[in-house]
Design a binder for this molecule. Structure first.
Ligand code: GLN
Length: 224
């Protein structure tokens, strides 16, 4: 029987901008190549969720309004997501989903949306520019080309803990000052890249391999 890899897509119905759900489709395709079926669960408002039931967590981008709705539901899942991340399990968070792992996001409307405060960074708004356009940056897996559209500017509070995902060649990434894109912590990648980002095959294959490894570990743990 074909083994099933389980993916949790956090608030899929509310957080999916500029092709982000394509990331999950690309991963499903690559996992199929490796002989696995995938089950993708939309974890939405009010639903029960145990991150350890899954081999991969995905979180897409969102408009400010949808983010403010998600923020009313989110804190219930803080502990399970934090434990999952600390256990070195794989996760990809895009734009609004990335912002939610940090302390807070100040919107252009003057609202402060509380994040999960799992990782030491914060996101602010500054009048005068929304960061929109094509991006290109260097990563461990080669040059990534994508698209960004955000008003939040993300700044790391503890650079000894967080590493950038990439070094900018074109576009803004985290903010207009640091010339860096996204964040890495353990097996988590946060990024402002839509498009979807995983059309960049090297990154997609690297993440797919991590998901398979996480799946094998989860299966061994379950079988015992
Ligand atoms: N609403 C957030 C911002 O504008 C995130 C945008 C997004 O996820 N595309 O910064």
């Amino acid at each position: 029987m074909t083994e099933v890899i389980k993916i949790a897509y956090l608030y899929e119905d509310l957080m999916n901008t500029y092709g982000d759900s394509g990331d999950v489709k690309i991963l499903s395709f690559l996992l199929k190549e490796q002989g696995y079926d995938t089950q993708v669960d939309n974890i939405s408002l009010g639903m029960e969720f145990n991150a350890f039931d899954y081999d991969f967590l995905f979180w897409g981008g969102g408009q400010d309004f949808e983010q403010s709705v998600v923020a009313t539901d989110l804190q219930r899942h803080r502990q399970t997501i934090q434990n999952y991340i600390e256990a070195d399990k794989p996760m990809l968070c895009i734009c609004g989903g990335y912002q939610f792992l940090g302390k807070y996001y100040e919107t252009s409307g003057g609202q402060t949306i509380q994040g999960l405060d799992i990782l030491p960074f914060h996101t602010v708004y500054k009048a005068d520019s929304r960061m929109i356009g094509d991006t290109e940056y260097k990563t461990e897996w080669g040059t990534v080309r994508a698209f960004e559209n955000h008003s939040g500017r993300t700044y790391f509070d503890d650079k000894s803990v967080l590493k950038p995902f990439g070094e900018m060649i074109e576009g803004y990434g985290n903010n207009p000052d640091d010339k860096q894109e996204g964040m890495r912590y353990k097996n988590v990648i946060g990024s402002y890249s839509h498009g979807p980002i995983l059309k960049n095959e090297n990154v997609a294959r690297a993440i797919a391999d991590r998901i398979v490894a996480a799946h094998k570990l989860r299966m061994t743990a379950t079988v015992k």
